[in-house]
Design a protein around this ligand. Structure first.
Ligand SMILES: NC(=O)c1ccc[n+]([C@@H]2O[C@H](COP(=O)([O-])OP(=O)(O)OC[C@H]3O[C@@H](n4cnc5c(N)ncnc54)[C@H](OP(=O)(O)O)[C@@H]3O)[C@@H](O)[C@H]2O)c1
Length: 344
């Protein structure tokens, strides 16, 4: 059955791409990973190791992982999973248009609300579906990718994916929910992703950061602005999983003892998990900030509103990118004061 479905390409095989593609490969599907020479070298030496917080522990030998740095063999794929950061989506779309076989199904597994639209703009002969990745994947040493949080993948409802590929993801123990309003899901996910920057600026693991009331209040300020902005723009958010976006600021402002009780699921996170934006700063790479908090700033401007806390966060992340010194490790009281000052 696995071979009858054809090959799966992962475009931008980093944390999410190696984890999702690796689990599909471990389940017997043929996966072609397209990525950078840096990771190709690591995987040629070590293969892929995939673990998760529930005890998944899979190892693929180097010979079992086809990690490619040129795109010619993308023509072999019937399903293409796009897992680059949002700032690389346009490049990815152009390469897919050039090398893939028209008619292939393309799924965006990225944060941000516009990636599927960007892909569609360049991929007229392909079916493009939006998707959402709820869990966190950490890149560790030696080709090891660790999923540190729970959650199901969500893909835009379409028979071409649901009926053909749904069982492949189940075989890989990555069940997919198929949703008719993926945009609503992605806007709702964006509310949670507004914390990526706070986490990157804090320099501490997500769990430690969420257990600090002032870091939580920073996130609450950003999410409150985002909720007001999306409401003004008439954007309807869909609840994904257990989190109700409109309640996020209320829950974040609870005192620690109550927060730990009410948000017990939210803090059931691997002690090492960090946002991929922290990883970008750590590796001295530009981040996705313009597609996350920046999205709220732009939307606010379009609505004649202001989003000063998100604006401040965007500035602080750009400063950190320019310094190339990793996370600036901003203390909670300093960050919270900076956001309050930005509002006055
Ligand atoms: N990591 C997580 O826990 C997580 C969780 C949920 C959602 N997400 C979202 O999933 C998406 C992927 O995140 P990630 O953490 O997996 O990113 P990542 O680790 O940076 O992986 C993306 C990879 O794609 C490579 N790439 C970029 N352009 C390419 C091109 N033209 N050809 C080949 N390779 C290319 C990147 O190389 P360079 O680094 O050299 O650019 C990088 O190795 C993002 O939208 C992110 O927000 C991530």
């Amino acid at each position: 059955m696995a071979n009858e479905l054809g090959k799966i390409a992962v475009f931008g095989a980093g944390a999410i791409g190696c984890y999702v593609g690796g689990t599909l490969s471990a389940a017997g599907y043929t996966v072609l990973f397209f990525g950078r020479p840096r990771l190709q070298k690591v995987i040629e030496a070590h293969g892929l190791k995939l673990t998760d917080w529930r005890g998944r522990d899979q190892q693929l030998a180097p010979a079992d992982v086809e990690y490619l740095t040129t795109y010619e063999r993308m023509a072999e794929a019937s399903l293409i999973l796009v897992t680059v950061k949002s700032r690389h989506t346009e490049d990815a779309a152009k390469e897919i248009a050039k090398h893939a076989t028209p008619g292939a199904l393309v799924v965006s597994f990225q944060n941000g609300v516009r990636n599927a639209d960007v892909l569609r703009k360049h991929l007229h002969s392909f079916q493009v579906l939006g998707g959402m990745v709820p869990f966190n994947v950490l890149t560790k040493e030696g080709g090891h990718f660790h999923c540190g949080t729970e959650g199901h993948l969500i893909v835009e409802k379409a028979p071409s994916f649901e009926e053909v590929w749904g069982s492949a993801f189940e075989d890989a123990a990555l069940p997919v929910e198929h949703h008719p309003d993926i945009k609503g899901i992605l806007w709702s996910k964006l509310m949670l992703n507004l914390n990526n920057a706070t986490n990157a600026l804090s320099g501490v693991p997500v769990r430690d950061q969420l257990l600090h009331p002032l870091y939580r209040k920073c996130m609450a300020l950003c999410v409150s602005e985002a909720l007001a902005t999306t409401k003004a723009a008439g954007i309807r958010m869909r609840r994904a999983g257990k989190v109700m976006p409109w309640l996020i600021p209320v829950v974040l402002r609870l005192p620690n003892w109550l927060f730990m009780f009410v948000a017990s699921k939210m803090i059931q996170i691997d002690a090492e998990a960090r946002s991929s934006m922290w990883e970008d700063l750590h590796l001295r790479r530009p981040t996705e900030i313009d597609f996350l908090n920046g999205e709220i700033v732009t939307l606010a401007e379009q609505q004649g509103l202001k989003a000063p806390c998100n604006q401040k966060i965007v500035e602080l992340v750009h400063e950190a990118e320019a310094k190339k010194e990793g996370s600036p490790r901003v203390a909670p009281e300093v960050l919270y004061k900076a956001l309050l000052d930005a509002r006055t």
